[in-house]
Design a protein around this ligand. Structure first.
Ligand code: BG6
Length: 480
Protein backbone atom coordinates (compact mmCIF):
# COMPACT_ATOMS: atom_id res chain seq x y z
CA UNK A 1 0.00 0.00 0.00
CA UNK A 2 1.29 3.42 -0.90
CA UNK A 3 -0.31 6.05 1.30
CA UNK A 4 -2.26 5.93 4.50
CA UNK A 5 -6.04 6.28 4.76
CA UNK A 6 -6.75 10.00 5.13
CA UNK A 7 -7.34 11.41 8.57
CA UNK A 8 -11.08 11.75 9.10
CA UNK A 9 -11.91 8.80 6.84
CA UNK A 10 -15.22 7.45 8.16
CA UNK A 11 -15.16 3.83 9.35
CA UNK A 12 -18.31 2.10 10.53
CA UNK A 13 -21.01 -0.26 9.37
CA UNK A 14 -24.64 -0.25 8.22
CA UNK A 15 -28.13 -1.57 8.92
CA UNK A 16 -31.64 -0.76 7.78
CA UNK A 17 -34.68 -0.04 9.92
CA UNK A 18 -36.96 -2.99 9.25
CA UNK A 19 -34.06 -5.44 9.25
CA UNK A 20 -32.89 -4.60 12.78
CA UNK A 21 -35.40 -2.56 14.72
CA UNK A 22 -38.30 -4.91 15.47
CA UNK A 23 -41.04 -3.18 17.52
CA UNK A 24 -42.96 -3.32 14.27
CA UNK A 25 -46.26 -2.35 15.89
CA UNK A 26 -45.03 -0.60 19.01
CA UNK A 27 -45.37 3.01 20.16
CA UNK A 28 -47.71 3.98 17.35
CA UNK A 29 -45.80 2.45 14.45
CA UNK A 30 -47.98 0.82 11.84
CA UNK A 31 -47.06 -1.81 9.26
CA UNK A 32 -44.77 -1.12 6.36
CA UNK A 33 -44.85 -3.17 3.19
CA UNK A 34 -41.83 -5.08 4.54
CA UNK A 35 -43.78 -6.13 7.62
CA UNK A 36 -46.33 -7.66 5.27
CA UNK A 37 -43.80 -9.17 2.83
CA UNK A 38 -41.77 -10.67 5.66
CA UNK A 39 -44.85 -12.26 7.22
CA UNK A 40 -45.44 -13.93 3.86
CA UNK A 41 -41.79 -15.02 3.76
CA UNK A 42 -42.21 -16.69 7.12
CA UNK A 43 -45.32 -18.53 5.94
CA UNK A 44 -43.72 -19.60 2.66
CA UNK A 45 -40.09 -20.22 3.57
CA UNK A 46 -39.82 -20.12 7.36
CA UNK A 47 -37.69 -16.95 7.30
CA UNK A 48 -37.94 -14.74 10.39
CA UNK A 49 -40.35 -11.83 10.04
CA UNK A 50 -39.63 -8.22 10.95
CA UNK A 51 -41.78 -8.12 14.12
CA UNK A 52 -38.78 -8.40 16.42
CA UNK A 53 -35.87 -8.61 13.95
CA UNK A 54 -32.74 -7.92 16.07
CA UNK A 55 -34.78 -5.94 18.61
CA UNK A 56 -32.53 -2.92 18.04
CA UNK A 57 -35.44 -0.67 19.08
CA UNK A 58 -34.97 -1.88 22.65
CA UNK A 59 -31.20 -2.52 22.50
CA UNK A 60 -30.01 0.59 20.66
CA UNK A 61 -27.93 1.97 23.54
CA UNK A 62 -26.15 -1.35 23.96
CA UNK A 63 -25.63 -1.51 20.18
CA UNK A 64 -24.17 1.99 20.01
CA UNK A 65 -21.88 1.14 22.93
CA UNK A 66 -20.62 -1.89 20.99
CA UNK A 67 -20.09 0.27 17.89
CA UNK A 68 -18.09 2.67 20.01
CA UNK A 69 -16.06 -0.20 21.42
CA UNK A 70 -15.25 -1.31 17.86
CA UNK A 71 -14.11 2.24 17.13
CA UNK A 72 -16.80 3.33 14.66
CA UNK A 73 -16.64 6.92 13.45
CA UNK A 74 -19.83 6.48 11.36
CA UNK A 75 -23.02 4.45 11.39
CA UNK A 76 -25.32 4.20 8.40
CA UNK A 77 -28.94 3.32 9.19
CA UNK A 78 -32.37 4.10 7.80
CA UNK A 79 -35.47 5.75 9.18
CA UNK A 80 -38.72 3.81 9.03
CA UNK A 81 -41.24 6.08 7.34
CA UNK A 82 -44.12 4.21 9.01
CA UNK A 83 -42.63 4.82 12.46
CA UNK A 84 -42.60 8.57 11.86
CA UNK A 85 -45.84 8.80 9.87
CA UNK A 86 -47.74 5.56 10.53
CA UNK A 87 -50.17 6.35 7.70
CA UNK A 88 -47.54 7.73 5.36
CA UNK A 89 -48.71 11.34 5.73
CA UNK A 90 -50.72 13.28 8.33
CA UNK A 91 -49.86 13.51 12.00
CA UNK A 92 -46.36 12.73 13.11
CA UNK A 93 -45.98 9.89 15.59
CA UNK A 94 -44.19 11.61 18.48
CA UNK A 95 -42.86 8.40 20.01
CA UNK A 96 -41.63 7.24 16.63
CA UNK A 97 -39.61 10.35 15.86
CA UNK A 98 -38.35 10.36 19.46
CA UNK A 99 -36.69 6.99 18.83
CA UNK A 100 -34.57 8.51 16.06
CA UNK A 101 -33.81 11.62 18.13
CA UNK A 102 -32.54 9.36 20.91
CA UNK A 103 -30.55 7.18 18.50
CA UNK A 104 -28.92 10.14 16.76
CA UNK A 105 -28.11 11.84 20.06
CA UNK A 106 -26.59 8.63 21.38
CA UNK A 107 -24.41 8.35 18.28
CA UNK A 108 -23.25 11.94 18.48
CA UNK A 109 -22.47 11.56 22.19
CA UNK A 110 -20.22 8.68 21.17
CA UNK A 111 -18.54 10.63 18.33
CA UNK A 112 -20.19 8.49 15.68
CA UNK A 113 -21.32 10.35 12.57
CA UNK A 114 -24.88 9.39 11.60
CA UNK A 115 -25.33 8.60 7.89
CA UNK A 116 -29.07 8.53 7.40
CA UNK A 117 -30.97 6.72 4.64
CA UNK A 118 -34.46 8.07 4.07
CA UNK A 119 -35.92 5.01 2.39
CA UNK A 120 -34.84 1.36 2.59
CA UNK A 121 -37.68 -0.73 1.08
CA UNK A 122 -40.22 -0.08 3.84
CA UNK A 123 -43.09 1.97 2.42
CA UNK A 124 -45.98 2.53 4.87
CA UNK A 125 -48.56 -0.19 4.21
CA UNK A 126 -51.36 2.39 4.27
CA UNK A 127 -50.00 3.84 1.03
CA UNK A 128 -50.06 0.42 -0.61
CA UNK A 129 -53.69 0.02 0.45
CA UNK A 130 -54.56 3.54 -0.65
CA UNK A 131 -53.06 3.58 -4.14
CA UNK A 132 -50.73 0.57 -4.70
CA UNK A 133 -47.66 2.35 -3.29
CA UNK A 134 -44.75 3.18 -5.58
CA UNK A 135 -46.77 2.26 -8.66
CA UNK A 136 -48.78 5.46 -8.29
CA UNK A 137 -47.32 8.95 -8.78
CA UNK A 138 -49.01 10.20 -5.63
CA UNK A 139 -46.22 8.48 -3.69
CA UNK A 140 -43.75 11.15 -4.83
CA UNK A 141 -45.71 13.93 -3.12
CA UNK A 142 -46.17 11.80 0.00
CA UNK A 143 -42.45 11.00 0.07
CA UNK A 144 -41.72 14.72 -0.10
CA UNK A 145 -44.00 15.31 2.90
CA UNK A 146 -42.13 12.68 4.93
CA UNK A 147 -38.63 13.64 3.72
CA UNK A 148 -39.15 17.35 4.39
CA UNK A 149 -40.19 16.64 7.96
CA UNK A 150 -37.30 14.29 8.71
CA UNK A 151 -34.60 16.38 7.03
CA UNK A 152 -35.83 19.49 8.79
CA UNK A 153 -35.94 17.68 12.13
CA UNK A 154 -32.31 16.51 11.90
CA UNK A 155 -30.78 19.29 9.82
CA UNK A 156 -28.46 20.40 12.61
CA UNK A 157 -27.30 16.92 13.54
CA UNK A 158 -27.02 14.92 10.33
CA UNK A 159 -24.64 15.99 7.58
CA UNK A 160 -24.71 12.88 5.32
CA UNK A 161 -28.01 11.79 3.79
CA UNK A 162 -28.72 8.97 1.41
CA UNK A 163 -32.03 9.06 -0.38
CA UNK A 164 -33.32 5.75 -1.70
CA UNK A 165 -31.63 2.41 -1.14
CA UNK A 166 -30.76 0.35 -4.21
CA UNK A 167 -33.16 1.31 -6.97
CA UNK A 168 -31.26 -1.06 -9.27
CA UNK A 169 -31.95 -4.00 -6.98
CA UNK A 170 -35.58 -2.97 -6.56
CA UNK A 171 -35.99 -3.18 -10.35
CA UNK A 172 -34.40 -6.65 -10.36
CA UNK A 173 -36.20 -8.12 -7.34
CA UNK A 174 -39.39 -6.13 -7.43
CA UNK A 175 -41.59 -8.46 -5.39
CA UNK A 176 -39.08 -8.83 -2.54
CA UNK A 177 -38.53 -5.11 -2.23
CA UNK A 178 -42.00 -3.71 -3.00
CA UNK A 179 -45.41 -5.16 -2.33
CA UNK A 180 -46.90 -5.71 -5.78
CA UNK A 181 -50.69 -6.25 -5.87
CA UNK A 182 -51.82 -9.37 -7.74
CA UNK A 183 -53.10 -7.48 -10.80
CA UNK A 184 -49.62 -6.07 -11.52
CA UNK A 185 -47.59 -9.24 -11.00
CA UNK A 186 -45.72 -10.23 -14.15
CA UNK A 187 -46.04 -6.70 -15.57
CA UNK A 188 -42.41 -5.75 -16.14
CA UNK A 189 -43.12 -2.14 -17.13
CA UNK A 190 -44.01 -1.28 -13.54
CA UNK A 191 -40.41 -2.05 -12.54
CA UNK A 192 -39.28 0.97 -14.54
CA UNK A 193 -42.31 3.06 -13.58
CA UNK A 194 -41.59 2.54 -9.91
CA UNK A 195 -37.95 3.38 -10.60
CA UNK A 196 -39.01 6.59 -12.35
CA UNK A 197 -41.10 7.62 -9.33
CA UNK A 198 -38.08 6.88 -7.14
CA UNK A 199 -35.90 9.07 -9.37
CA UNK A 200 -38.33 11.93 -8.74
CA UNK A 201 -38.35 11.22 -5.00
CA UNK A 202 -34.55 11.06 -4.99
CA UNK A 203 -34.28 14.42 -6.78
CA UNK A 204 -36.70 16.02 -4.33
CA UNK A 205 -34.72 14.70 -1.37
CA UNK A 206 -31.46 16.06 -2.85
CA UNK A 207 -33.06 19.49 -3.25
CA UNK A 208 -34.44 19.38 0.30
CA UNK A 209 -31.04 18.59 1.81
CA UNK A 210 -29.49 21.47 -0.13
CA UNK A 211 -32.30 23.79 0.95
CA UNK A 212 -32.48 22.80 4.61
CA UNK A 213 -29.18 21.36 5.84
CA UNK A 214 -26.27 23.77 6.26
CA UNK A 215 -23.24 21.99 4.77
CA UNK A 216 -25.32 18.87 4.11
CA UNK A 217 -24.29 16.26 1.56
CA UNK A 218 -26.68 13.94 -0.23
CA UNK A 219 -26.66 11.05 -2.69
CA UNK A 220 -28.41 7.81 -3.49
CA UNK A 221 -27.28 4.40 -2.20
CA UNK A 222 -26.89 2.28 -5.29
CA UNK A 223 -26.64 -1.52 -5.40
CA UNK A 224 -23.86 -1.98 -7.92
CA UNK A 225 -22.19 -4.93 -9.62
CA UNK A 226 -19.71 -4.39 -12.44
CA UNK A 227 -20.50 -6.59 -15.44
CA UNK A 228 -17.74 -8.67 -17.05
CA UNK A 229 -18.13 -10.43 -20.40
CA UNK A 230 -18.15 -14.23 -20.11
CA UNK A 231 -15.51 -14.44 -22.85
CA UNK A 232 -13.47 -12.09 -24.99
CA UNK A 233 -15.75 -12.68 -27.99
CA UNK A 234 -17.09 -9.43 -29.42
CA UNK A 235 -20.66 -10.72 -28.90
CA UNK A 236 -20.10 -11.32 -25.17
CA UNK A 237 -18.34 -7.98 -24.90
CA UNK A 238 -21.35 -6.24 -26.44
CA UNK A 239 -23.69 -8.15 -24.14
CA UNK A 240 -21.68 -6.92 -21.14
CA UNK A 241 -21.94 -3.35 -22.44
CA UNK A 242 -25.72 -3.72 -22.86
CA UNK A 243 -26.03 -5.14 -19.35
CA UNK A 244 -23.92 -2.32 -17.96
CA UNK A 245 -26.12 0.26 -19.69
CA UNK A 246 -29.41 -1.16 -18.39
CA UNK A 247 -28.27 -2.29 -14.92
CA UNK A 248 -25.70 0.37 -13.95
CA UNK A 249 -25.39 3.39 -16.23
CA UNK A 250 -29.20 3.72 -16.17
CA UNK A 251 -28.87 4.86 -12.53
CA UNK A 252 -25.48 6.57 -12.60
CA UNK A 253 -26.54 8.85 -15.46
CA UNK A 254 -29.70 9.85 -13.63
CA UNK A 255 -27.89 10.67 -10.39
CA UNK A 256 -24.92 12.44 -11.93
CA UNK A 257 -26.14 13.80 -15.25
CA UNK A 258 -29.92 13.96 -14.92
CA UNK A 259 -30.85 11.84 -17.94
CA UNK A 260 -31.69 8.27 -18.86
CA UNK A 261 -28.96 6.29 -20.66
CA UNK A 262 -30.09 6.32 -24.28
CA UNK A 263 -29.27 2.74 -25.28
CA UNK A 264 -31.10 1.37 -22.22
CA UNK A 265 -34.11 3.60 -22.85
CA UNK A 266 -34.29 2.55 -26.50
CA UNK A 267 -34.24 -1.11 -25.45
CA UNK A 268 -37.05 -0.46 -22.94
CA UNK A 269 -39.13 1.49 -25.47
CA UNK A 270 -38.80 -1.27 -28.06
CA UNK A 271 -40.16 -3.77 -25.54
CA UNK A 272 -42.97 -1.65 -24.09
CA UNK A 273 -41.12 -1.37 -20.77
CA UNK A 274 -40.27 2.34 -20.70
CA UNK A 275 -41.72 4.45 -17.87
CA UNK A 276 -44.32 7.14 -18.50
CA UNK A 277 -42.47 10.44 -18.09
CA UNK A 278 -44.57 13.56 -17.54
CA UNK A 279 -43.65 17.10 -18.61
CA UNK A 280 -41.28 18.63 -16.06
CA UNK A 281 -40.02 15.29 -14.71
CA UNK A 282 -36.64 15.38 -16.40
CA UNK A 283 -36.10 19.02 -15.37
CA UNK A 284 -36.77 18.05 -11.75
CA UNK A 285 -34.40 15.09 -12.01
CA UNK A 286 -31.70 17.33 -13.41
CA UNK A 287 -32.15 19.84 -10.58
CA UNK A 288 -31.72 17.11 -7.94
CA UNK A 289 -27.96 17.18 -7.86
CA UNK A 290 -26.02 14.56 -5.90
CA UNK A 291 -22.94 15.47 -3.88
CA UNK A 292 -21.68 11.89 -3.71
CA UNK A 293 -22.77 8.37 -4.48
CA UNK A 294 -23.03 5.68 -1.85
CA UNK A 295 -22.33 2.19 -3.16
CA UNK A 296 -23.51 -1.17 -1.93
CA UNK A 297 -21.14 -3.78 -3.32
CA UNK A 298 -21.33 -7.51 -2.69
CA UNK A 299 -20.38 -9.25 -5.95
CA UNK A 300 -19.57 -8.73 -9.60
CA UNK A 301 -21.71 -10.03 -12.44
CA UNK A 302 -21.08 -11.69 -15.75
CA UNK A 303 -22.97 -11.49 -19.06
CA UNK A 304 -23.02 -13.38 -22.34
CA UNK A 305 -24.68 -12.90 -25.68
CA UNK A 306 -28.30 -14.02 -25.95
CA UNK A 307 -29.42 -14.18 -29.59
CA UNK A 308 -33.02 -13.21 -30.32
CA UNK A 309 -33.76 -16.65 -31.73
CA UNK A 310 -32.44 -18.51 -28.66
CA UNK A 311 -36.05 -19.24 -27.68
CA UNK A 312 -35.75 -17.36 -24.37
CA UNK A 313 -38.02 -14.80 -22.75
CA UNK A 314 -37.36 -11.66 -20.74
CA UNK A 315 -36.77 -12.63 -17.13
CA UNK A 316 -35.25 -11.01 -14.05
CA UNK A 317 -32.83 -11.99 -11.27
CA UNK A 318 -33.01 -15.39 -9.60
CA UNK A 319 -32.49 -16.13 -5.90
CA UNK A 320 -30.96 -18.91 -3.88
CA UNK A 321 -33.36 -19.65 -1.03
CA UNK A 322 -31.54 -22.62 0.47
CA UNK A 323 -27.97 -21.45 1.06
CA UNK A 324 -26.73 -24.52 -0.85
CA UNK A 325 -24.29 -23.53 -3.58
CA UNK A 326 -25.65 -23.99 -7.08
CA UNK A 327 -29.34 -23.55 -6.17
CA UNK A 328 -29.72 -20.07 -7.68
CA UNK A 329 -33.11 -20.11 -9.43
CA UNK A 330 -32.06 -18.35 -12.66
CA UNK A 331 -30.34 -15.41 -14.34
CA UNK A 332 -31.71 -12.19 -15.78
CA UNK A 333 -32.28 -12.53 -19.52
CA UNK A 334 -33.08 -9.98 -22.23
CA UNK A 335 -33.07 -11.79 -25.59
CA UNK A 336 -31.20 -9.83 -28.24
CA UNK A 337 -29.53 -7.71 -25.55
CA UNK A 338 -27.82 -9.91 -22.91
CA UNK A 339 -28.12 -12.81 -20.53
CA UNK A 340 -26.47 -12.87 -17.11
CA UNK A 341 -24.51 -15.97 -16.12
CA UNK A 342 -22.14 -17.45 -13.56
CA UNK A 343 -18.53 -16.28 -13.77
CA UNK A 344 -16.40 -19.46 -13.90
CA UNK A 345 -13.37 -17.54 -12.58
CA UNK A 346 -14.84 -16.71 -9.19
CA UNK A 347 -15.74 -18.61 -6.05
CA UNK A 348 -19.10 -17.82 -4.43
CA UNK A 349 -20.76 -17.61 -1.04
CA UNK A 350 -23.21 -20.34 -0.06
CA UNK A 351 -25.94 -18.23 -1.68
CA UNK A 352 -24.14 -18.14 -5.05
CA UNK A 353 -22.93 -14.54 -4.77
CA UNK A 354 -19.53 -14.25 -6.43
CA UNK A 355 -16.63 -13.13 -4.23
CA UNK A 356 -14.62 -10.54 -6.10
CA UNK A 357 -12.61 -7.86 -4.24
CA UNK A 358 -11.03 -6.69 -7.50
CA UNK A 359 -14.55 -5.90 -8.72
CA UNK A 360 -14.70 -3.24 -6.01
CA UNK A 361 -11.46 -1.64 -7.17
CA UNK A 362 -12.70 -1.79 -10.75
CA UNK A 363 -16.03 -0.12 -10.06
CA UNK A 364 -14.48 2.63 -7.94
CA UNK A 365 -12.05 3.46 -10.73
CA UNK A 366 -14.71 3.23 -13.42
CA UNK A 367 -17.32 5.39 -11.66
CA UNK A 368 -14.97 7.99 -10.26
CA UNK A 369 -13.04 8.53 -13.48
CA UNK A 370 -16.30 8.99 -15.42
CA UNK A 371 -18.29 11.12 -12.97
CA UNK A 372 -15.66 12.65 -10.71
CA UNK A 373 -17.76 12.77 -7.51
CA UNK A 374 -16.83 11.42 -4.07
CA UNK A 375 -17.96 7.88 -3.30
CA UNK A 376 -18.64 5.95 -0.12
CA UNK A 377 -19.35 2.34 0.72
CA UNK A 378 -22.62 1.92 2.57
CA UNK A 379 -22.75 -1.86 2.15
CA UNK A 380 -20.23 -4.63 1.48
CA UNK A 381 -20.19 -7.95 3.25
CA UNK A 382 -20.45 -11.67 3.31
CA UNK A 383 -23.65 -13.51 4.22
CA UNK A 384 -22.73 -16.77 5.94
CA UNK A 385 -24.02 -19.48 8.30
CA UNK A 386 -22.19 -18.59 11.52
CA UNK A 387 -21.73 -21.14 14.29
CA UNK A 388 -22.04 -20.18 17.93
CA UNK A 389 -19.66 -22.38 19.93
CA UNK A 390 -20.52 -23.73 23.35
CA UNK A 391 -18.31 -21.16 25.00
CA UNK A 392 -20.10 -18.28 23.24
CA UNK A 393 -17.61 -17.61 20.42
CA UNK A 394 -18.16 -17.07 16.70
CA UNK A 395 -15.11 -17.87 14.58
CA UNK A 396 -15.95 -16.07 11.32
CA UNK A 397 -12.53 -16.05 9.66
CA UNK A 398 -14.23 -16.26 6.20
CA UNK A 399 -15.85 -12.88 6.88
CA UNK A 400 -12.56 -11.37 8.04
CA UNK A 401 -10.91 -12.65 4.88
CA UNK A 402 -13.70 -11.20 2.70
CA UNK A 403 -13.61 -7.77 4.35
CA UNK A 404 -9.83 -7.60 4.47
CA UNK A 405 -9.51 -8.18 0.73
CA UNK A 406 -12.22 -5.62 -0.03
CA UNK A 407 -10.59 -2.97 2.15
CA UNK A 408 -7.31 -3.61 0.33
CA UNK A 409 -9.09 -3.23 -3.01
CA UNK A 410 -10.69 0.03 -1.86
CA UNK A 411 -7.28 1.29 -0.80
CA UNK A 412 -5.78 0.46 -4.18
CA UNK A 413 -8.52 2.52 -5.83
CA UNK A 414 -7.73 5.40 -3.47
CA UNK A 415 -4.05 5.13 -4.34
CA UNK A 416 -5.08 5.73 -7.95
CA UNK A 417 -6.90 8.91 -7.07
CA UNK A 418 -10.47 7.85 -6.22
CA UNK A 419 -12.02 10.01 -3.51
CA UNK A 420 -13.72 7.78 -0.95
CA UNK A 421 -15.39 9.22 2.13
CA UNK A 422 -16.43 6.22 4.16
CA UNK A 423 -16.43 2.46 4.51
CA UNK A 424 -19.57 1.10 6.15
CA UNK A 425 -19.88 -2.61 5.45
CA UNK A 426 -22.98 -4.72 5.97
CA UNK A 427 -23.75 -5.10 8.74
CA UNK A 428 -23.06 -3.67 12.18
CA UNK A 429 -25.03 -6.47 13.80
CA UNK A 430 -26.84 -9.57 12.55
CA UNK A 431 -30.25 -8.82 11.09
CA UNK A 432 -32.94 -10.35 8.91
CA UNK A 433 -31.68 -10.75 5.39
CA UNK A 434 -33.95 -9.45 2.65
CA UNK A 435 -34.09 -12.86 1.02
CA UNK A 436 -32.96 -15.51 3.47
CA UNK A 437 -34.08 -14.88 7.06
CA UNK A 438 -31.62 -14.64 9.96
CA UNK A 439 -29.59 -17.74 9.20
CA UNK A 440 -27.71 -15.75 6.57
CA UNK A 441 -25.67 -13.54 8.85
CA UNK A 442 -23.57 -10.47 8.08
CA UNK A 443 -22.82 -8.74 11.38
CA UNK A 444 -19.74 -8.05 13.48
CA UNK A 445 -22.10 -8.45 16.44
CA UNK A 446 -23.86 -11.79 16.71
CA UNK A 447 -27.56 -11.63 17.63
CA UNK A 448 -28.61 -14.81 19.36
CA UNK A 449 -31.89 -15.75 17.74
CA UNK A 450 -33.13 -18.15 15.09
CA UNK A 451 -35.74 -17.80 12.36
CA UNK A 452 -38.35 -19.48 14.58
CA UNK A 453 -37.30 -18.26 17.97
CA UNK A 454 -36.31 -14.66 18.72
CA UNK A 455 -35.08 -15.73 22.19
CA UNK A 456 -33.67 -12.64 23.91
CA UNK A 457 -31.58 -11.39 21.00
CA UNK A 458 -28.50 -11.44 23.20
CA UNK A 459 -25.48 -9.68 21.66
CA UNK A 460 -22.12 -11.48 21.33
CA UNK A 461 -18.84 -10.36 19.76
CA UNK A 462 -17.66 -12.33 16.75
CA UNK A 463 -13.97 -12.77 15.89
CA UNK A 464 -14.57 -10.20 13.14
CA UNK A 465 -15.58 -7.69 15.86
CA UNK A 466 -12.09 -7.84 17.39
CA UNK A 467 -10.42 -7.83 13.98
CA UNK A 468 -12.38 -4.75 12.82
CA UNK A 469 -11.57 -3.04 16.10
CA UNK A 470 -7.85 -3.39 15.29
CA UNK A 471 -8.40 -2.17 11.73
CA UNK A 472 -10.19 0.93 12.96
CA UNK A 473 -7.69 1.65 15.71
CA UNK A 474 -4.90 1.70 13.10
CA UNK A 475 -7.02 3.72 10.61
CA UNK A 476 -6.97 0.83 8.16
CA UNK A 477 -3.29 0.10 8.47
CA UNK A 478 -3.39 -3.20 10.34
CA UNK A 479 -5.44 -5.56 8.25
CA UNK A 480 -3.78 -8.88 9.06
C1 BG6 B 1 -28.65 -5.08 -0.06
C2 BG6 B 1 -29.69 -4.43 0.78
O1 BG6 B 1 -29.23 -5.40 -1.27
O2 BG6 B 1 -28.14 -6.29 0.30
C3 BG6 B 1 -29.78 -4.96 2.20
O3 BG6 B 1 -29.59 -3.04 0.79
C4 BG6 B 1 -29.59 -6.46 2.19
O4 BG6 B 1 -31.00 -4.57 2.73
C5 BG6 B 1 -28.21 -6.77 1.63
O5 BG6 B 1 -29.77 -7.06 3.44
C6 BG6 B 1 -27.87 -8.24 1.58
O6 BG6 B 1 -28.86 -8.95 0.89
P1 BG6 B 1 -29.62 -10.16 1.56
O7 BG6 B 1 -30.68 -10.54 0.59
O8 BG6 B 1 -28.61 -11.21 1.77
O9 BG6 B 1 -30.19 -9.64 2.83
Amino acid sequence: MKKEFPKGFLWGASTSAYQVEGAAYEDGKKASQQDVINHENYEKHGFANADIASDHYHHFKEDVALMKEMGFSAYRFSIAWSRVFPDGVGDVNEKGIQFYRDLIDELIRNDIEPIVTLYHYDLPWTLVEKYDGWIDRQVVADFEYYARYVINEFKDKVKYWTTINEQSIIVQYIEQKCFIPEKYRGNNQIRYQINHHMNLAHAIACKLVHELVPGGMVGAALGYAPVYPLSSSPQDMMAAQNAHDLRNAFYLDIYFKGFYTKSAMIYLEEHGLAPVIEPGDMELIEEGESDFLALNYYYSDCAKACPLDAGKEISYGGVNLSGKKGEMSGFETHPGFYEMCKNPNLDTTDWDWSIDPTGLEYLFRDIYMRYNKPLMITENGMGAFDTLTEDGKIHDDYRIQYLREHIKAMKRAMDYGVEILAYCPWSALDLISTSNGVKKRYGFIYVDRTDDDPKECKRLKKDSFYWYQKVLKSNGDELD
